[in-house]
Design a protein around this ligand. Structure first.
Ligand code: ADP
Length: 204
């Protein structure tokens, strides 16, 4: 969320004169309090200003935190997802490892051949475990984490939802699917970190 120049000015007045009433802020800006009503609403709803009855406005110090939170809630999964690497369940561990290197991916999604729906997911460690166990010719169908145990997200969920799912379930990657579990893309830890860096740069 981007603050207007007037909202920025209000924050700066509150920082320098807190606690300060709405009327006092309005008079410093040469405006009426009612003109500023929506600005006060935005600034208190985002948690940037704290409105205390009979005292006035106080700066909460939360600007960056709340703006980052807002931004993460405004970005949608479909804005940050990328193409997923998909293979069929009969793909061998050996071929899956080749795919990982070829596409520089961290995980591979397994798609059911008949209905094209997400059937499983195989991570780097899954493949490493199979390689150590000398299961190079084993089909992914045997080693994959399968439905219904796969954590997924949908394109219209927020980046914050995706970040929470990744964090709560301690996974590296989140398949993005339609309501019918057809694969649309993926969001990984890397994309969340990239978004975080991008947003903090725009705050500087
Ligand atoms: P790695 O094992 O390379 O560290 P992950 O942390 O993503 O990568 O995977 C850990 C385990 O969780 C693996 O067994 C993997 O199959 C499984 N896994 C990965 N992503 C998901 C997901 N979205 N939903 C459910 N399980 C997953």
């Amino acid at each position: 969320m981007k603050l207007s120049p007037r909202q920025e000015e209000i924050i700066s007045i509150v920082k320098n004169h807190e606690p300060i009433t709405g009327d006092e802020i309005a008079s410093k800006l040469g405006l009426t309090k009612s003109t500023l009503r929506s600005d006060f609403a935005v600034l208190t709803m985002t948690g940037i200003l704290d409105a205390r009855q009979k005292v006035g406005y106080i700066y909460s110090g939360l600007t960056e935190k709340s703006l980052l939170y807002e931004a993460f809630s405004e970005y949608l999964v479909k804005d940050i997802m990328v193409q997923a690497i998909t293979v069929t369940p009969d793909t061998t561990v050996q071929n899956a490892i080749t795919h990982l290197f070829m596409y520089d991916a961290g995980s591979i999604y397994v798609i059911d051949e008949a209905d094209h729906k997400l059937a499983g997911i195989v991570s780097r460690k899954d493949l490493l475990r199979s390689a150590i166990g000398q299961l190079m010719d084993t089909p992914l169908a045997i080693i994959m984490t399968r439905m219904p145990n796969i954590i997924v997200a949908q394109p219209d969920q927020t980046a914050l939802d995706a970040a929470r799912l990744i964090s709560e379930h301690q996974i590296d990657s989140l398949p993005i699917v339609t309501a019918d579990y057809e694969i649309l893309g993926k969001v990984s830890k890397t994309h969340i970190v990239n978004l975080l860096v991008e947003l903090s740069q725009s705050e500087e």
